[in-house]
Design a protein around this ligand. Structure first.
Ligand code: AMP
Length: 422
């Protein structure tokens, strides 16, 4: 295993890494940093939680530090992200890793006033972290010039594709047509992603750390059979009985997130929701309330949760099962990080059995829902699963699971529309 010292990073970056307390590079960092430092394009499979931000930010900072700055309004590095939250978090990370490098970075995303972003760009920015729509607005207003971009990062390219941003990304890439290095990160390698690789990258090096679709080993998965109408009551019960704190709960829709938050609050459980209909201010507030422990439950849709940098969550609840099995892996990737123990809970209704089967196939593991007496279960479920022993305390700490097998990359389930819907 290599150390950060072996990767070819400059002393000022190594100092920043050391100040963060990182001891050894993660697999994506170990593999990507030397290749990026050689100036090559890369396509890397990495999801949030793997340390991918440092994997591109450190070599990017190093490259820019060694070169003269560009004319005003010209940015030198552009990082595109699908969501505002991810843009803000990547910008924070770039500021942290670049603490001892004299480079200027800023984030630009929609949902907030454009004026201050224009002012900031006028004063000079080397590294811009942006969502595609707002960046095009800025470019159309001639607040930013992309023609001198030296490094372009497409972060979570698969999510940008799912969210319909690729036409915008194409327009942006056309403007950043100079001699540039392009780094693309994607959790999945669909045919569409491979097509984009051909379009945007030049002789890319493919980096696959093999962690795709593999839930962290430290995550214990618990499933309960319960009908949709009784899920909120069961969740309230589990939270109270288990004295759960810092629970991230996933719902499929924005309305579902709001409805669940209200139900939990009626049960005197402090909860807040984060989704695409909330203003940027409300989302930032919800996240910081949750991080500070002011609310114990954060209810999120998949899109809103994407890229949230919440470390070492003890519990992730799948209130609704996701339509796309890969989303389950993203969801539970929030827990059990960095060696910490985590638990993923699934509330499975009878009409979600096929979604559970999709997840089981992807993970190559059986996940058997337990039946908890006192909660509504359809006969279609109770015929298949045994009731939980009455005397067993709630929630059970363990759930029987066969040993973990190799994850089969070949199991690619058809992708469904996954935009936030109502
Ligand atoms: P990311 O996948 O970039 O969102 O990073 C996930 C988390 O891992 C962040 O909180 C980082 O601060 C942290 N992290 C990144 N690299 C390392 C490392 N080499 N050692 C320990 N933690 C790290």
């Amino acid at each position: 295993m290599s150390t950060f010292n072996d990767l070819g990073l400059s002393p000022s970056l190594l100092r920043a890494v050391e100040e963060q307390g990182y001891q050894t590079p993660t697999p994506i960092q170990e593999q990507a940093i030397p290749v990026i430092l050689q100036g090559k394009d890369i396509i890397a499979s990495a999801q949030t939680g793997t340390g991918k931000t440092a994997a591109f930010a450190l070599p990017l900072l190093q490259h820019l530090s060694g070169q003269p700055s560009a004319p005003s309004r010209c940015i030198r590095a552009l990082i595109l992200t699908p969501t505002r939250e991810l843009a803000a978090q990547v910008a924070d990370s770039v500021a942290i890793y670049g603490k001892h490098a004299s480079l200027r970075s800023t984030a630009a995303f929609g949902g907030v006033n454009i004026g201050p972003q224009i002012d900031r760009l006028r004063r000079g920015v080397d590294i811009l972290i942006a969502t595609p729509g707002r960046l095009l607005d800025l470019a159309n207003q001639r607040a930013v010039d992309l023609s001198k971009v030296e490094i372009l990062v497409l972060d979570e390219a698969d999510r940008m594709l799912d969210m319909g941003f690729i036409p915008d990304v194409r327009r942006i890439v056309k403007q950043a047509a100079g001699r540039r290095q392009t780094l693309m990160f994607s959790a999945t390698f669909s045919a569409e992603i491979r097509q984009l690789t051909k379009e945007f990258l030049r002789e890319p090096v493919c980096i696959d750390t093999g962690t795709r679709n593999t839930p962290p080993d430290a995550v214990e998965q618990l499933a309960y059979a319960v009908e949709a109408s009784d899920k909120a009551r069961m969740l309230g019960h589990l939270i109270r009985e288990g004295s759960w704190k810092q629970v991230l709960v996933f719902t499929r829709t924005k309305h579902g997130a709001d409805r669940l938050t209200q139900k939990l609050e009626r049960e005197r459980i402090a909860a807040t929701a984060i989704h695409g209909n909330k203003s940027q201010g409300a989302r930032t507030r919800a996240l910081s309330d949750f991080k500070r422990g002011n609310v114990s439950v954060l209810v999120a849709t998949d899109i809103a949760s994407r890229g949230l940098d919440i470390d070492q969550l003890p519990l992730v609840v799948n209130f609704d099962l996701p339509y796309v099995p890969e989303d389950y892996v993203h969801r539970i990737g929030r827990t059990g990080r960095a060696g910490a123990k985590g638990r993923a809970v699934l509330l499975v209704s009878s009409d979600e059995r096929h979604l559970l089967r999709g997840i089981e196939r992807l993970l190559n593991r059986a996940i058997k829902p337990e039946i908890v007496p006192g909660f509504t279960v359809s006969p279609r479920m109770s015929n298949n699963y045994e009731p939980q022993q009455q005397r067993r305390p709630m929630p059970p700490r363990r759930h029987a699971m066969p040993p973990r097998g190799r994850h089969p990359h070949q199991h690619r389930n058809p992708r469904f529309a996954r935009a936030e819907s109502h």
